[in-house]
Design a protein around this ligand. Structure first.
Ligand code: ATP
Ligand code: MG
Length: 383
């Protein structure tokens, strides 16, 4: 018995020595910085890791440079019907994904991407790509795809959006009648109104206008959310769109005595949806007027940076305290609710802008200094 224990200890000792000898340090190209990561170069060990990945709910796929699947865990097989040795595009056919894979193999930085496929039902997913040029698992360059299935999440979102859209729609008609009634009552001088009624009527009218705006924004937001994954397809000249929006603000600009300066750039075209781009710039210009004092300057600049067309709307208004900047695109969020209420804001404008920009596969940057001003930039891929 004692001899058996000694032999066992000896075997374990030799095995550990062999494994440790094979351990080496490799540089893995991680997204944020080059880090040294310890890995064990032992194919059995690697196989164990790969079989462990079968218990992870996210889909994990490893492909080679020809986009053939070298490994797919159980979740990927079940949910996305991927098969070993098949080309990735047989199961996950999406042009954006294929472009990102190419980029990853060229060692370029690749952002997470959200795609929709029909396989045969509609599936929505978020994919992170990791390029492995150190042959961690296979004896060739490979790319690992981490796939999070967002289908159920979006179904829930859709239910929520449908509910909000239905309720808003049902509220709109009776509210319009109430507002119309109040306005008629207010304008009709034949009706005998005491001073209390005369004081109350403008408040009731302005509150019903506020509700009307709120319902309009809620309807708009739920419609946008449902269409966010549908890419716009039209060729749009952004300069023409911004010019149009500035024109619609002519009267308000005169009334507030603000000056809008618009610096134009030649050939400023993107693929987009005109009405939605109008909505984006209307919201941005509206905010810069609403949250600036009279006699101030608003600067709209356009510039090209690489393959991006960037529009910045800069004001000299009240600004936003640093700690609140990240919250202003949340729905219903207002930095100072009483200020927003006084200028007729509902806190939905920038939430709408955020969704519309993301529908255009664009990005939005916000910078602001309290009491100095705010600059909001939107970036789109140029045509
Ligand atoms: P709505 O756009 O629905 O009429 P809103 O303007 O209040 O209402 P958002 O456009 O979503 O809502 O803006 C959210 C909040 O962010 C605003 O209430 C305001 O506090 C702040 N904000 C947005 N733009 C500016 C700006 N240019 N300057 C200062 N504060 C701003
Ligand atoms: Mg707004």
């Amino acid at each position: 018995m004692e001899l058996l224990t000694i032999i066992l200890i000896l075997i374990i000792g030799i095995l550990s020595f062999l494994l440790l000898k094979k351990e080496r340090v490799l540089g893995i190209n991680l997204e944020d910085n080059q880090k040294e990561v310890k890995i064990i170069e032992n194919k059995d060990y690697q196989k164990n890791i790969l079989s462990l990945l079968n218990y992870i709910p996210e889909g994990i796929i490893i492909i080679n440079k020809s986009k053939e699947i070298l490994y797919n865990n159980s979740s990927a097989q079940k949910r996305f019907e991927t098969k070993l040795n098949e080309n990735i595009s047989s199961s996950l056919r999406n042009p954006d994904l294929l472009i990102s894979i190419e980029k990853a193999f060229n060692n370029q930085k690749v952002k997470d991407l959200e795609i929709e496929i029909r396989n045969p039902s509609v599936l929505r997913m978020n994919i992170s790509l990791f390029y492995d040029n150190n042959n961690l698992f296979f004896d060739e360059e490979s790319c690992m795809l981490f796939i999070r299935d967002l289908t159920e999440f979006y179904k829930f979102q859709q239910l929520k959006s449908d509910f909000v859209a239905n309720v808003s729609h049902e509220l709109r008609t009776p509210l319009q009648s109430i507002k119309m009634g109040l306005e008629t009552f207010d304008k009709n001088s034949d009706i005998n109104k005491n001073s209390e009624v005369n004081n109350l009527l403008p408040v009731m009218i302005s509150q019903s206008e506020r509700m009307e705006n709120l319902i309009r924004d809620l309807l708009s937001l739920s419609k946008i959310e449902l269409q966010e994954h549908i890419r716009p397809t039209h060729e749009i000249n952004l300069i023409e769109v911004i010019d149009y929006v500035i024109k619609t603000y002519e009267n308000i600009v005169k009334k507030n005595n603000v000056n809008i300066e618009f610096q134009k750039t030649e050939n400023f075209k993107i693929i987009g949806d005109r009405d939605k781009l109008i909505e984006i710039f209307t919201n941005l210009i509206d905010n810069s007027i609403k949250y600036s004092d009279k006699n101030k300057e608003i600067k709209i600049t356009t510039k090209k940076e690489g393959n991006l067309n960037i529009v910045s709307v800069e004001d000299q208004g009240i600004g936003i305290p640093k700690e609140f900047i990240h919250r202003i695109t949340e729905r219903f969020y207002t930095v100072d609710p009483s200020k927003s209420r006084s200028v007729g804001g509902t806190g939905l404008g920038l939430a709408i802008v955020k969704h519309l920009v993301s529908q255009h596969r664009g990005e939005m940057d916000i910078s602001s200094v309290q009491n100095k001003g705010t600059t909001i930039s939107v970036k789109f891929n140029s045509l």
